[in-house]
Design a protein around this ligand. Structure first.
Ligand code: AMP
Length: 400
């Protein structure tokens, strides 16, 4: 069975085609700048020549058609007919409290995703464009939606409620949802495999540190608490997002700087975090380089960034009354040995002891980087959200 995985953004569409007989990736690629004058399509089939094309791509429907053309291309294609694609799986950022697992798309599910536009105005509408583009290009092919929030639906109310008037929860569903759920789910299962123990027996803290970043406390295999909230803005300091700040700052700066709600949202999401404090970049590599060259703002940015990661790890150890393993994943977590070292150095109180040599090894494989004496295992586990989407899609359509 072949499954196409799609992640549709407002002006981009990423894809991977899986052969589920061995879960191999036949091709992957992306379309960027959809709706702008020069859209860029990159198609990377396994063991075949790559395609890179710049052209006008008006909307997501045209983007999906172009992707299908690439998959059928005489030299760079991996299919002889579109009918070989058995189903399509989509990543959906916000499933609200409507979805605690992946589902097959029908009219009710489409209405459900639309009803959550208010909660995820930047994400859910483009996801829906992706679903509609598949409807138009591949009529009748089953589609599945996999939600970033679903894994966190197990959080207890004490973790997901905000201490603000209850009416806001009842009327507008203002509560914490959490994100990166597909990634936290995947790495927690891999951690169980790596440690040779059922995930249900483990207390895990999973640190998904990428451009966006979140930390999750996982107990009995379920999300117990997570650092992102109603939106991905809450929690850790990120590449361009502030993470937690005093909520009273928002009306204060709106008044002082004469900002409207869109502007203040933009500032906190796109012009804050590492970028704002370092004044250099949202990319940790660039900020680390500047710090090593003596830049004081870069040093402060990194100290704040690390400090907040440590505080969340510590608070989740307290929340779960223990920890068996700490997992690092995503762009920074998987690749930055220095970040892992800085964070773990100051967690020795918990019995965390990093093996500095193992920490430096780059293998792309799940690995334990703690010393044999460490009371807590420290794991680096490359995440694979697309594979989870492909597997969920496969499981939902295989008996249809
Ligand atoms: P993601 O959002 O998971 O794709 O992660 C992307 C981010 O990972 C980039 O913005 C980089 O800042 C970061 N990154 C990738 N490699 C490294 C590295 N070796 N050291 C520090 N940060 C890295």
């Amino acid at each position: 069975m072949k499954i196409l995985v799609i992640n549709a953004g407002s002006s981009s569409l990423k894809y991977q085609l899986y052969d589920m007989t061995d879960e191999s990736v036949l091709a992957l690629g992306r379309v960027e700048r959809i709706g702008m004058d020069a859209a860029i399509l990159t198609h990377e089939p396994t063991n075949k020549p790559e395609i890179k094309e710049v052209s006008e791509i008006l909307d997501h429907t045209v983007a999906v058609r172009k992707v299908l053309d690439c998959l059928l291309h005489p030299e760079s294609g991996v299919l002889s007919s579109i009918d070989e694609i058995d189903a399509v799986g989509h990543r959906i950022v916000q499933g609200g409290d409507l979805y605690s697992e992946s589902v097959l798309v029908d009219n009710d599910v489409k209405a459900g995703i639309r009803s959550l536009y208010d909660l995820a105005p930047l994400h859910n509408p483009p996801h829906m464009m992706g679903i509609q583009a598949v409807d138009l290009n591949m009529p009748g092919v089953p589609q599945v939606v996999v939600f970033d929030t679903a894994f966190h639906q197990t959080m207890p109310a004490m973790a997901y409620m905000y201490p603000i008037p209850m009416v806001l929860y009842k009327k507008h569903k203002v509560r914490r949802y959490g994100f990166h759920g597909t990634s936290h789910y995947y790495v927690s299962r891999k951690a169980g495999e790596l440690l040779g123990r059922p995930v249900e027996d483990l207390k895990l803290v999973s640190a998904h540190i990428g451009n966006g970043a979140s930390i999750t406390a996982i107990m009995e295999g379920k999300s117990y608490d997570t650092s992102m909230g109603m939106t991905p803005l809450e929690g850790l300091m990120m590449g361009t997002r502030s993470g937690d700040i005093d909520p009273a700052i928002v009306p204060f700066i709106m008044g002082k700087e004469e900002l409207n709600t869109t502007e203040v949202n933009f500032m906190l999401n796109k012009h804050s975090g590492l970028q704002a404090i370092s004044g250099i970049s949202s990319d940790l590599r660039e900020v680390e380089k500047a710090m090593n060259e003596g830049n004081e703002n870069a040093k402060l940015a990194i100290e704040m960034y690390d400090y907040r990661i440590r505080k969340f790890i510590g608070s989740y150890v307290a929340a779960m009354d223990g920890i068996d393993a700490l997992i690092f994943t995503a762009g920074v977590g998987e690749n930055s040995a220095t970040l892992r070292q800085r964070v773990c150095e100051k967690l020795s109180f918990f019995g965390i002891e990093l093996d500095l040599e193992k920490n430096e090894i780059r293998s792309g494989e799940p690995r334990d980087i703690s010393t044999p004496n460490s009371k807590v295992r420290v794991l680096v586990i490359p995440t694979n959200e697309e594979l989870v989407i492909a597997r969920d899609t496969y499981n939902l359509v295989k008996n249809k």
